[in-house]
Design a protein around this ligand. Sequence first.
Ligand code: GLN
Ligand code: ZN
Length: 753
Amino acid sequence: MNSYLTSISGYPRIGEKREWKRSIEKYWSGETKQTDFLQEMKELRLGYLRTQKEKGIDMIPVGDFSLYDHILDTAAMFGLVPERFEYDGGSVSLDLYFQMARGSKQAVAMEMTKWFNTNYHYIVPELNKCTPSLVHNRPLDLFLEAKNEAGITGKPVVISPFTFVKLGKGYMPEEFGSTVYALLPHYETVIRELSEAGADWIQIDDPSLQFTLTEEEKEIVTHVYEALSKAKGTSRLLIQTYFDSIDDYTFVTSLPVDGFGLDFVHDRGENASSIEENGFPEEKVLFAGVINGRNIWRADVREKWELLKSMTTYTSEDRLIIQPSCSLLHVPVTTESETKMPEFLKEGLAFANEKLDELQLLQSALREKELLDYVAPVIPGRDRVHVQKEVKQAELDAGDRSRPFAERQVLQREKFQLPLLPTTTIGSFPQTTEVRKKRQQWRKNELSATDYASFIEQETKKWIDIQEKLDLDVLVHGEFERTDMVEFFGEKLKGFYFTQFAWVQSYGSRCVKPPVIYGDVEFIHEMTVKETVYAQSLTSRPVKGMLTGPVTIFNWSFVREDVPKATVMNQIALALRKEVKALEKQGIYMIQVDEPAIREGLPLKKRNEQEYLNYAVKAFKLSVSTVEPDTQIHTHMCYSDFEKIIDSISAMGADVISIETSRSHGELISAFESYHYDKEIGLGVYDIHSPRVPMKEEIIQNIHRALRVLDPKQFWVNPDCGLKTRKEEETVAALQVMVEAAKEVREQIKVTV
Ligand code: GLN
Ligand code: ZN
């Protein structure tokens, strides 16, 4: 039967137990020979295809698999290797490929950045002097491999030249078109060869088509698809979009291809409305992304069934394909690995493989309506957990501090008596292998809780002494008791579940395991008070309390879809507020609430940004608003691009904020030329991502650069981010230089002011 076929646009790479990661890292460390490594990768790849086949998926993607990142694969396939790697043509070797991603002794790695609004990161193509040639038809190889070795006629996946160049850098805006056109003939070859090899559908990922396009862009896109459709032979081309709705729906759906893939989950209903208003082009195939490819909850099959049925008004059953909203790269592999998970929760979850089951279920129920009666009418696990606790209006109203910042500042200055340009750090100090080892032992019950706690105290004491010797003005306890800034709090709050294997790829071989927020988030007991109070007892200088903020905890977790985002964030905020108050009660008068991930949650389209920022700012304010006016609230943010949301950052009302600057290349600093920021602020004065110890002159220069746009009375001196990943020696050396630099500038300012 040819109606309601199922399709997948991408499958997770990492394997059920992160076999992929382990294999890659072993190769990097020299433990595995190249041939063995490639064989291991091939087995994984074919295994993934077989799983999809067994689960009855009709259109299985090939070429979505990667040894690092699919954008890097595309650059390598066209020989787009930056000059510094001294590449001299031909197919890019495996080692060169990894060097591009990770750097080599001679050449720094290519830049990495966020993949749209996900937590996946891709390698940014460097397209200056772009002279591409097709050095390896990678999708073709993978197509043939699937066909010959697994008997699967796969659906090759390529990233469109338009999106590829959009995501790249190194060309002037006016060179955009010529850069796309330089690639085009090579894309034509890729498509032609795939067609000759017998590909039926070819998926061209073009997520950048969802934004409002300029006339010039439309012309380029039209030209691209005209050329590709000439090259396609008997194959059919699919333009695949994801993560949001298509703004220029009628333009995109008039392009000369055979099918369009639309996201019906993250589109705020806009894609369905566009179809209702404008219809769907006859003879074309609609790939309907109805299963959420970015979350882990089981789908409401009945609701999806209705949506798909409604689409048959606009397209016929044999031109309607059911698929997830995007590649399954963004979800873990299978709930089957979760042997410790309570049944009620497991029943409500669908990771990648369970989503394949859902597609099949939907297909059967669409073909035979009676089957729908056998589908559980509610979503079992989720429904059995009682959410949501009312967040009371009275609590929500208390979003503002009792006194305005100007008054708080006076009180706080009096209380803390800090010098001009106070020095501090972001929170964590190096986590040595010993710290990690002790934690492991404690978790395995090989070390008693008291012994572990006293080890943490020792470590804290050591670093309080170091900080005093360094003469830092505001100290931290060092975060030795934490592995991960979300996990630490999630494990202590109600409503969170930590899985065993629900990893997703973040970048390269690095994976993250976001917790699942399945129920009401509530404060149960104090989480940080003991360690912080202990650290404070060792010194007369202020020690900052250190919490992870509600927006970051939210953005780095899997969150339910049936509860409004703002509700979950506010629940987290109200739980954290109790911790903030507990710290204050115990004499901790500087409290830092970190929000490194605030920018990550920003929607893709400008028109939707404000709504998110409003509730993010609100949640942050809720968590800190009830402290006394002379208690100083700090916050910290990292990753670049803050200049765009600077007024929301200001609206959070933190008395002191520290922001990373080294990766924003001065853009952030220049934002303060036009934006008057009135609170206290520390723009990171050195980059902690490198082991290099900065020179005093560099730091002095960085401070002066900031002081051109900020008042010395509002400026703090601190590193860019936490120091957890650095070595002890380099950390001490760098901080020493930083403190000396701050002292020198204080002297200089005294003379000149
Ligand atoms: N306080 C945290 C630390 O220092 C902040 C980490 C972060 O910004 N991601 O590690
Ligand atoms: Zn940071």
